[in-house]
Design a protein. Sequence first.
Length: 278
Amino acid sequence: MTTSTGVIIRAQPKRSQGIKIHGAEAFEGMRRAGRLAAECLDMLVPHVVPGVSTDYLDTLAREFTLDHRALPACLFYKGYSKTVCISPNHVVCHGIPGDRTLREGDIANIDVTVIVDGWHGDHSRMYGVGAVSPRARRLVDITYQSIERGIAAVKPGATVGDVGYAIQSYVESMRCSVVRDFCGHGLGEIFHDAPNILHFGRPGEGETLREGMLFTIEPMVNLGRPQVKLLNDGWTAVTRDKSLSAQCEHSVGVTATGAEVFTLSPTGLFKPPIQDEA
């Protein structure tokens, strides 16, 4: 289907009944999709400044995706009307771009998914807007450390619980909390597929990881309590206690020896520089 703006909407395959095991061709497709998602978020780095509207950032991401002959997966997905999700401060995830402008001291997650030759590249990272407070900077750092620990736990024979425990145990040791209401997910030719990847858990529990599995790891970490609530728009999730929240996300594949990260930033900007508050 083609919309009035000329954007082609690709019908989504149905979620699998079981967990797919993929081969070399799928891994190559995921590399292309993951790289473009990372390049899109790299492109946004100089534009995330005080006073910028979230809708303008969304427009930049949509034009970038289309200019590279890819499709924005989120656009019109289950009725969602934008290309990216932008979630500042106490917004946990799925913040809808609009007239809101980012302000000095904000932290914001930007989440993009592109479709390249049928494969999905799903990726998010944190941005600092101007000078950021020490507690906000600490939360962002903890979130990045947590995903690194989660990815390090991925290997054949490990379990989803091992990944979740690696994330949860670190986050809670730093006196923050992991959101339970949202999780990572299988990925590939389907946007949201099996298995669910929880960011909390116990070692040895859950699905066993096998070479060829594809999924996202995307921990959401709150400075306060883990509880969230959904706003009336049906998408935006915020912390119930209005504490700051941060998230980062990679698309990964299970290899014979560990994990391949498909969404590495080609310019080293997965963690954009954050200016400290004076």
